[in-house]
Each structure stands twice: as C-alpha cells, then as structure tokens.
Ligand binder design. Structure first.
Ligand SMILES: C[S@@+](CC[C@H](N)C(=O)[O-])C[C@H]1O[C@@H](n2cnc3c(N)ncnc32)[C@H](O)[C@@H]1O
Length: 379
C-alpha cells in the first residue's frame, strides 16, 4: 500500500552520520515513507519503455488498461505518466518492456550530479516507492543504454537509500533495482524502482513478445475474431493473439515449424502448412484479422520480383478478409513500405496508415488497413 512505513524492525535499519569528518553507518529506524494526497485516488508516476515507434498506441493501451492515465513525457520508446492504478497493475502490462515506479525526479544534470541531488532529497524525506525493500542495487541508463555511475556518487546514493529504508546493498542483484534514468528529451533525471523487465527474446528472426502484443492490440482484438497470421514463422503473433479470447487463431507457414504453446492461451492455435499467397484452405471473407510479418526481401530472395510477391500477398489477404469488418496489420521493411502500400490499394484496401517502427534497430513500418468496402459501410 502506498504511504506505509517500511515494516522492517527499526533496529536493523542503517543511518549515516558524520563523525570526525568520516561518514559512518549507524543504526536507527527507517524513516516514514511520505504519503501522497490525502483526498481522492492516490496517483503514482511511472516510466515505461516499449518497442520504438509505438508511443501513441502504448498511450492508448495504457488509457484502456489503467485508471486515470495522464502522460507528461512521451518519446519514441518511453512514456512517463501518472495513474491511480497500483504498481502491481503496471507491472502486469505485457506489452511494456521495462516498467519503473518513479521515486524522485531532479533537474537534468550529469548522472553523478543527479545521484548526489537525489541523495540529498532522500535525507530530508522519504518518498513513496521505496516500501518493502530489503535489498537493492543502483544502476543507471540514458535512453535505454546502460551507463556507468561514478563510484563516489553511487556510494552517496546507496547510503542515503540505506538510511531511508533500512535496506542493504545487494550489488550482485537478487534484490530490488533502483535506476537513475535519463531520456534525451526529458528535462529531468528520475530515480525509478524497477517493476518488470522485457520477456526473453524468442529464436532469431522472431518478433519480441512485446512488439507482437502491440501489433495484436493494433488489430483491435474481439472475442468473435478469426485471426490469421499467414507468415507465422516461430508463431510469436499467434501466441500473443491467443492471450485474448478468439473464435479461431490460425498460423500458416510454408517452411517454418512454429511453437504454439502459450502459457496464457485463451484460445487454441491451429496450424496450416500452405502458401500464404494462395491460402487454399481459407474460405473467402472468413478472416476477421490478418496480422503478419511477411519476408522483408533482405535476408531471403523472392522467386520473382518483390512487387510480384507483395501483389500476390495483397490479393490473397484481400480475398480471405471479411470485406465489411476485416482488419489488416502488416509489418514490412521500411524500404518496402511504399511498394507494399501501393499493392494494398491496388488489391482493394483503403489507404493504409503507416507507422514507422524499429525492429531490433532495423527501420520497419507497420501498415494498418481495411478493405475499401468496410470504409464505404462506415466500418
Ligand atoms: C519474417 S518471417 C516471420 C517471423 C515471425 N513473425 C516470427 O515472429 O517468428 C517470414 C516467414 O514467412 C515464411 N514464408 C515465406 N514465404 C512463404 C509463403 N509463400 N507462404 C507461407 N509462408 C512463407 C517463412 O518460412 C518465414 O517463417
């Protein structure tokens, strides 16, 4: 619960004091954690990171999944926001790579300057976010890249945290992680307590679980959907879709062996070994969603030209999608975005929306479209 004092015994807590010019750790109780506002739902601030390019979609998902979200900073792969939802709810958001609960924020300066400024603030009062911590270590990052922190500044901050909470330093890990975080476009450096970390990546060439889940969210999942990934590869998109209720989830691949076991499976996943450019077993107009990551034409070559491949793909997807309610989400290499968009329009899709993203640092584009009739119907 926010605002609770650390329940650890006072005798085990450590405080720093200066004796004869030398800093010394003395025992004493951890100080009381400040509570937030007393009236109305308590709001906490969080910083989350996600696959680059999808900030607008992530903000939309946060508003749908948490209470009273208001964002104060947004860049291509991080959002700083406040909400009345508890930290456990933020930690459970599976499309987030890393989530941090904000403890303190100081004006932007060097990392060591920020560490010292935060230590000073901690000596005056202990903000929410440091409850129930028995061991911790301090790490630092700028724009998601791990940064070294000067030993002296780190020691100063460690002592201030020990004194405030009674927790001990566990520099090899195993306890909580407190991160000093800087972002290029953020005028402050924040101290955040890590709530969750990115899932382990799948096999080479597969989409990350977080990106897969965001692409599924872009497809606006509904319980009655027939979901199709015609280039399923390892099965990342089908596994992400199976976390939501669906009528059917179908993966197709001509060559790969997808892995369809999903720890959170709400729907079983079916597999078809056939050509995505034909989809002979899929009835016309029967799919609610096609969400897929076709070959990018960079590590593999097409039998004919790229244009022939994407033209056949667009016609195949147009045939199987429900003409009134169908949705298409397509991830392609940035170099191919215009060619693929042109072929989609030629096949009868309404003006695709293009969202630039980075996939493992590689420029790519998500195309989000629906059959032209769906728009004519106001669908
Ligand atoms: C970019 S990979 C998809 C990776 C997948 N998103 C994942 O997370 O593992 C493209 C996949 O399309 C498959 N493929 C290529 N041509 C195909 C075709 N004509 N029909 C069906 N599958 C095809 C390949 O075997 C490969 O697994």
């Amino acid at each position: 619960m926010q605002g609770m004092a650390n329940p650890r015994k006072a005798a085990s807590a450590a405080r720093t004091s200066s004796v004869g010019g030398r800093r010394r750790i003395t025992t004493g109780g951890p100080r009381r954690i400040q509570s937030g506002q007393s009236d109305g739902p308590q709001r906490q601030r969080y910083l989350v990171t996600f696959p680059a390019g999808l900030a607008a979609l992530v903000e939309e998902c946060l508003r749908a999944d948490l209470r009273l979200v208001s964002a104060s900073h947004r860049d291509d792969s991080a959002l700083l926001f406040s909400t009345s939802a508890p930290a456990e709810s933020v930690a459970k958001l599976l499309y987030i790579k890393n989530a941090f609960q904000l403890v303190l924020e100081v004006p932007r300066t060097s990392l060591s300057g920020a560490a010292k400024a935060i230590a000073q603030r901690l000596r005056r009062s202990v903000p929410p976010g440091l409850e129930r911590m028995s061991g911790f270590r301090i790490m630092a990052q700028i724009d998601g890249q791990l940064e070294p922190l000067d030993r002296h500044a780190k020691g100063t901050l460690e002592r201030a945290v020990m004194s405030a909470t009674g927790a001990r330093v566990m520099s090899r890990g195993g306890g909580d992680e407190l991160w000093l975080i800087g972002r290029r476009a953020l005028g402050t450096i924040v101290l955040g307590r890590r709530l969750s970390r990115a899932a382990k990546p799948g096999p080479a060439g597969s989409l990350s679980p977080e990106l897969s889940r965001l692409l599924v969210r872009m497809s606006k999942p509904q319980g009655g959907d027939v979901f199709l990934d015609p280039f399923a590869g390892s099965g990342a998109l089908c596994r992400a879709r199976a976390e939501w209720p669906a009528r059917r989830v179908i993966g197709v691949d001509l060559y790969a062996e997808p892995r369809f076991d999903s720890p959170r499976a709400g729907a079983p996943i079916e597999f078809l070994r056939e050509d995505a450019l034909e989809l002979p077993s899929v009835e016309s107009g029967s799919a609610s969603v096609v969400a897929t990551d076709p070959p990018w034409g960079e590590f593999e070559s097409f039998a004919g030209s790229a244009q022939e491949f994407y033209a056949a793909m667009a016609a195949s997807f147009r045939r199987v999608l429900d003409p009134r309610t169908g949705r298409l989400v397509l991830l392609v290499s940035r170099k191919m975005e215009q060619l693929v968009a042109d072929e989609l329009i030629r096949a009868g899709f309404e003006g695709p929306r293009l969202v630039p993203v980075l996939v493992n640092g590689h420029p790519a584009t998500v195309l989000n479209a629906c059959p032209a009739e769906a728009r004519d119907d106001g669908g």
